[in-house]
Design a protein around this ligand. Sequence first.
Ligand code: 5GP
Ligand code: ZN
Length: 110
Amino acid sequence: MCVFCEIIDGKIPSQKVYEDENILAFKDINPVAPVHIIVVPKHHIESMNGITESNSALVAAIFEKIPQIAKSQGIDSYRVISNCGADAGQSVMHLHFHIIGGVELGEKII
Ligand code: 5GP
Ligand code: ZN
């Protein structure tokens, strides 16, 4: 079972900031900015490469809630990142979206 599935199942504690039947958002354990939230589908999808017609509604559900999750953390300006694959820096092989903000990030992505 992957780390994020263990968080979803409550086997690993996390600081949850939003949860519903389909998705979970929690604070990143190693934040790179004052606000750093991870949003995951509760159903295990390995990465962006695992998105299909049959599970893309979960991705839509995440994006529908991202503004609300950001607002709950006191920000309305933020960056959303999803690393896909090891070469892109994906270290947990469960699809997730980083919400990063609370500081001026600058124009460059990398
Ligand atoms: P990736 O590098 O795969 O895009 O992002 C994985 C993120 O998950 C990293 O920013 C890392 O700090 C975070 N992370 C890894 N393990 C845990 C954990 O057990 N709890 C929490 N809250 N975050 C984690
Ligand atoms: Zn998983």
